[in-house]
Design a protein around this ligand. Structure first.
Ligand SMILES: Nc1ncnc2c1ncn2[C@@H]1O[C@H](COP(=O)(O)OP(=O)(O)OP(=O)(O)O)[C@@H](O)[C@H]1O
Length: 260
């Protein structure tokens, strides 16, 4: 075991971020253990998406640092974060809506390929063997996420729940060690949520990704996660197992209301 693999995969140390005087994150500290599913919960505007944006380099922390795999940073470029093994989905998925499922999943492999997106679009792979290997990887993940019937379908024509799964496939195809999911179940019915929960569990247990996810459905959070961090106005108001957090009076007061 290397030195970095002994500690938590992710640590936030006193991270603060403001937008024109509004403190989105206020001296936030917590750690995510390797191999866990960690849920970030809290009311709208609590700072959850901003935090994911700092971890994968979309935003830069004003203060504090992020330690990923033992290496601290305050700012990292999104491509560099992806290269180091941080995968990401977005609240409103950022898929290429006019492209097929397979092409969207292949786009998630750009960081692994010496072939550029333009070369890929024109069918000009630099290295045929590389291209075949990456395509096989994309086909595997499509099968794994039960997207095979949709593999050639243009994304914009798919139901929203299936699009969210394509977004997950695109994030997973790069084999991230840390997978950041921003409301992967937003807008889904109970059946779709159950299905997505199964895929997130498999990404964690079978594919080995540590998961940090933002989710508003407390039932889903309690069933799915090993660890829950609660944010309110950019501050941490709870941190523990789902059961600990559920029974924490501060969390109940700030967010959960009366728990039966
Ligand atoms: N790019 C931005 N420019 C200005 N203010 C921002 C920006 N991003 C976030 N904020 C502000 O930072 C605060 C935290 O927002 P953030 O989106 O991180 O919260 P959240 O917990 O993810 O909310 P939600 O559950 O509604 O997605 C809010 O006050 C928000 O208005």
């Amino acid at each position: 075991m290397s030195a970095s693999s002994a500690g938590p995969i992710l640590e936030l140390r006193d991270v603060s971020l403001s937008f024109k005087g509004v403190k989105a994150l206020n001296a936030l500290s917590f750690a995510v253990a390797r191999g866990e599913i960690c849920a970030l919960i809290g009311p709208n505007g609590a700072g959850k998406s901003s935090l994911l944006n700092i971890i994968n380099g979309v935003y830069r922390a004003d203060e504090g640092e992020v330690v990923f795999d033992g290496a601290p940073f305050r700012r990292i470029r999104p491509l560099e974060a992806a290269r180091r093994g941080i995968g990401r989905t977005f609240q409103h998925n950022a898929l290429f809506k006019r492209l097929s499922v397979i092409d969207n999943v292949l786009a998630g492999l750009t960081r692994h390929s010496r072939t550029t997106l333009v070369e890929h679009a024109f069918g000009l792979p630099r290295d045929l063997a590389e291209s075949r290997a990456l395509r096989a990887r994309a086909e595997d993940i499509i099968e794994h996420l039960e997207l095979t019937p949709h593999r050639g379908t243009v994304v914009s024509t798919l139901p929203y729940g299936v699009q969210k799964r394509v977004d997950l496939a695109r994030a997973l195809v790069g084999r991230p060690s840390l997978l950041l999911l921003d409301e992967p179940m937003a807008g889904m019915n109970q059946d779709e949520k159950r299905q997505m929960s199964r895929f997130v569990t498999e990404a964690n247990a079978v594919l080995g990704a540590t998961v940090v996810l933002i989710e508003h459905d407390i039932g889903v959070v309690m069933d799915l996660s090993h660890h829950v961090v609660v944010l309110d106005y950019g501050r941490k108001v709870g941190d523990g197992t789902p059961r600990q957090v559920r029974n924490d009076p501060d969390v109940i007061a700030a967010y959960l209301g009366t728990v039966h």
